[in-house]
Design a protein around this ligand. Structure first.
Ligand code: HEC
Length: 398
């Protein structure tokens, strides 16, 4: 794909994706909240689940949740499904644009993680996203009605397997986003294949005036609860790309597990906080334990160079390393075919530019070692050591 076209597609699709995602998650949060705050009062019909009053944008809203008699069926009924479909369609497109449309799969490979071919990486990545959904869906189709506990256990095992294997096969950044895409596909699949069809049957039953089939509501609710618990982990995974400390360390699988569990537990707090008094204490403990775990797991190990004796490194040697290992991407006109501008605007073409980024160079190339990206330019340990010693010695550019 032409890099200019790729950049444009990335911008437009990402923009759509974020807006649709906000709408989907926003609706889902509002309806879950409504469900938990419905109030009973005298005079509501027997088909009512309760009523709620709200204040927003300068007026009062009165909302009642209920089943309908055929003659009550409204002329206009809002479904709330396109938010979910749009989010998924734009998300999958974005995944393809960023990781598959150019580079031939090389963005998915980091030889420090596993020695796989780019072709295998692409199969593995898409296999994770779609295979994960298929396994989940089969588990719940087969066991969802008869053995809910077993289905839940198998689902947790599936997520655990993805959390363990994917970061041990794919490059860190793409590993996290692929696990996120798997969860997102499960969620959108639930809406498309289960929640909306159940609602369609419900509407038909209402229009025909047949008795309310509560198993339909139950089926939709079961899948909707799964989506509820996946929401917060998913959102972290979608923004994880900004945090190399989470996906590039030795323990990235554990970090991923902690974020997923924390997200689900915080969502759980929001589900129970109106009905369970100690909920706030529970939230506090969850947050403190998770934050501490994440802090320790994501800390970048001290550079080995700090232990080495100080020696004076000539800047010319450093400049040579930066030229060969970094400048292909970090320059005004990157020679790397996948880039049309320096990533984050960061360039290392002049001594002053290098000097200006010394702290970040140390963090990314010496300590956490997640630059060069996917080690595409084959930087060696000796070269990282050299940069480390040069920085330790005062990072002189004379
Ligand atoms: C194959 C292309 C590529 C190469 C080679 C590369 N980088 Fe990067 N670099 C990127 C991309 C893409 C980003 C933005 C994403 C990120 O922050 O991980 C980035 C971001 C960075 C950042 C973060 C900038 C910020 O605003 O926080 C630093 C620092 C950095 N690179 C340093 C280096 C150093 C030092 C080298 C050489 C040892 C190097 N990079 C080689 C692609 C590359």
């Amino acid at each position: 794909m032409d890099p200019n076209l790729r950049e444009l597609a990335d911008i437009i699709v990402r923009w759509i994706h974020v807006i649709a995602g906000i709408m989907w998650v926003g609706n889902s949060m509002l309806f879950n909240w409504l469900d938990r705050n419905l109030e009973q009062r005298k005079g509501l019909s027997p088909k009512s689940f309760g009523e709620i009053w709200m204040l927003h944008s300068g007026a009062y809203y009165q909302v009642e949740k209920k089943m309908l008699r055929p003659e009550e069926y409204p002329k206009i009924l809002h479904w709330f499904k396109w938010q979910s479909y749009t989010t998924w369609l734009s998300g999958i497109s974005l995944l393809l644009i960023v990781y598959y449309a150019s580079g031939g799969g090389s963005y998915l490979v980091d030889t420090n993680v596993s020695k796989i071919s780019p072709d295998f990486a692409m199969d593995f990545g898409l296999g994770t996203v779609f295979g994960g959904f298929i396994v989940y869906d089969v588990i719940w189709r087969v066991l969802g009605k008869r053995a809910e506990k077993l289905a839940t256990a198998l689902t947790l095992a599936l997520v655990a397997a993805a959390v363990w294997f994917v970061p041990h096969v794919l490059e860190g950044r793409s590993a996290f986003i692929h696990v996120g895409a798997m969860l997102g596909t499960i969620m959108a699949g639930n809406v498309f294949l289960h929640i909306v069809p159940s609602q369609r049957e419900l509407v038909l039953a209402t229009q025909k005036g047949s008795a309310d089939d509560l198993s339909l509501s139950k089926h939709a609710k079961q899948r909707s609860i799964h989506n509820n618990y996946f929401t917060f982990p998913l959102i972290f995974l979608m923004v994880s790309n900004h945090f190399p400390s989470t996906f590039s360390g030795k323990y990235s699988s554990v970090v991923l597990a902690v974020f997923i569990v924390t997200g689900a537990l915080i969502r759980h707090f929001m589900n129970i906080r109106f009905t369970w008094r100690p909920a706030l204490a529970y939230l506090g403990v969850t947050m403190v334990v998770s934050a501490c775990t994440i802090f320790f797991l994501c800390r970048v190990p001290k550079a080995e160079a700090t232990a080495a004796p100080r020696e004076k490194i000539a800047f010319s040697r450093v400049e040579l390393v930066m030229q060969t290992r970094c400048v292909p991407c970090h320059s005004h006109k990157p020679s790397d075919p996948s880039l049309m501008a320096p990533p984050n605007g960061v360039m290392f073409e002049t001594p002053e530019q290098i000097k200006g980024y010394v702290d970040k160079i140390k963090l990314r190339a010496v300590m956490s070692k997640n630059m060069p990206q996917g080690n595409k330019t084959n930087m060696t340990e000796e070269e990282r050591d050299l940069l480390g010693k040069w920085i330790l010695g005062g990072a002189n550019i004379d």
